[in-house]
Design a protein around this ligand. Structure first.
Ligand code: PMP
Length: 407
């Protein structure tokens, strides 16, 4: 099944040879952030060492070179998600920043008192709180699309949830806690039958699945560079031109204006209208290197290998007495949340850490999911294509050890 050389891939990520507490690092916290290949580290170093300069401002050589690299990154993102135009790609700080931009700006333009916005029950806080703030600001109501006990959303619910007051459906493609892969094509098609635009949180999809925003007719798509092997502090907002052209700017400042007088300011064109201030130039360049790296391996090969790891891990975990999965959707990415008996997730996580195994414990910024299942948190292993079956074996024996120490 595996279509790439795992040993070679692992050599591309210097951190994977690190030891923690003298033990080989087993990094299973990829949902929180991914490790960086040498190609990304080199792109950042090269930028700072040889052409660091501000963009879009100078006529000089370095500024031109930095501008060219940043705009090449924009086209790289455009190609990666198959957007129609490069000016539909807005660079932001990350997923959270992108959602805040849309929640503020879209709501300011389109949301009136009495209107409704829908989010799903499995959203990350960053796809809930900005909408709550927008609703409060605009006098609108936030409605919740509930999921079932397996962590699956029922498409038919949208027919009753959506009304003629609904202005936006904001939904995650892949749940960072449950691993559920939502049927985004069907969700968008259903919402569009009711003339409701859709914002897709692709923070946990971009690194696992091939994405074509045009084929899926997605209105807004957001993601973070650091979840797809790129740097922190850089992210993307894709928006269809027809929305972005109408939405007011989110932040004011340099780079987003045509002219400024004390009597008033006119704003410049897309995408810069939404990019006030000096952007994260290194971040964009690093992200571009990351996308190229992922593209070279191929998302289809990545998805197939990660699925193989998921099945392997789930089968072994299921054999641990008292282990309960949280999130059992038939369509899952390689993110596994679980609990063992009445052991506290934090205690298990701490004992795994001492064995060099990095997992995440807690609510994963999804408190409504914890409320739904009536639990304080979960233990979460989130896998990447650089993980191995040997590392899953290490997780299993680490868990067995933790259980015997805590019981
Ligand atoms: N949405 C989802 C589904 C996520 O997993 C995350 C990060 N855990 C975010 C949003 C927020 O991303 P960031 O912190 O990079 O803005």
């Amino acid at each position: 099944m595996q279509q790439f050389n795992i040993e070679k891939v692992r050599q591309d990520f210097p951190i994977l040879t690190e030891k923690v507490y003298g033990k080989p690092l087993v990094y299973l916290d990829n949902g929180a952030t991914t490790q960086k290949p040498q190609a990304v580290i080199d792109a950042l170093t090269q930028y700072y060492a040889t052409y660091n300069s501000n963009v879009h401002r100078g006529v000089h050589f370095l500024s031109q070179k930095a501008t060219d690299a940043e705009e090449a990154a924009r086209r790289g993102v455009q190609a990666f998600i198959h957007a129609a135009h490069e000016y539909e790609i807005i660079f932001t700080k990350g997923t959270t920043d992108s959602i805040n931009l849309v929640a503020y700006s879209f709501a300011k333009k389109y949301v009136r008192p009495g209107d409704e916005i829908i989010v799903s029950e499995m959203e990350h806080h960053s796809n809930i709180v900005p909408w709550q703030m927008a609703c409060e600001d605009r006098g609108a109501t936030l409605k919740v699309w509930r999921m079932n006990e397996k962590g699956v959303l029922d498409l038919a619910d949208l027919d009753t949830l959506i009304t003629d007051k609904t202005k936006m459906l904001a939904v995650t493609w892949v749940s960072n806690t449950l691993g559920t892969v939502n049927p985004i094509a069907d969700i968008v098609a259903k919402a569009h039958q009711h003339d409701v635009p859709v914002l897709v949180d692709a923070a946990q999809a971009i690194q696992h699945l091939p994405i074509d925003v045009q084929a899926l007719d997605i209105d807004f798509l957001v993601f973070s560079g650091h979840k797809i092997y790129g740097p922190t502090g850089i992210g993307v907002l894709y928006g269809k031109e027809k929305w972005l052209q109408e939405m007011p700017p989110y932040q004011g400042g340099g780079s987003m204006i045509k002219s400024v007088q004390f009597s008033g300011t006119t704003y410049t064109d897309l995408p810069f209208r939404f990019e006030a201030g000096t952007p994260n130039i290194a971040g964009a360049i690093g992200l571009h290197a990351a996308l190229n790296y992922v593209q070279d391996i191929g998302l289809t090969a990545i998805a197939a290998y990660e699925h193989e790891l998921l099945v392997y891990a789930q089968t072994q975990l299921a054999a641990i007495p008292g282990l309960r999965f949280i999130g059992e959707a038939p369509e899952k990415s390689a993110t596994i949340s679980f609990l063992i008996g009445d052991l506290h997730p934090f205690d298990v996580g701490e004992l795994l850490d001492k064995q060099g195994i990095a997992v995440r414990t807690g609510h994963h910024c999804c408190q409504p999911i914890m409320d739904k299942f009536g639990i304080p948190g979960t233990i979460r292993a989130s896998l990447s294509f650089y993980n191995t079956k040997g590392e899953i074996d290490a997780l299993i024996s680490g868990l067995q050890k933790a259980v015997s120490m805590l019981s």
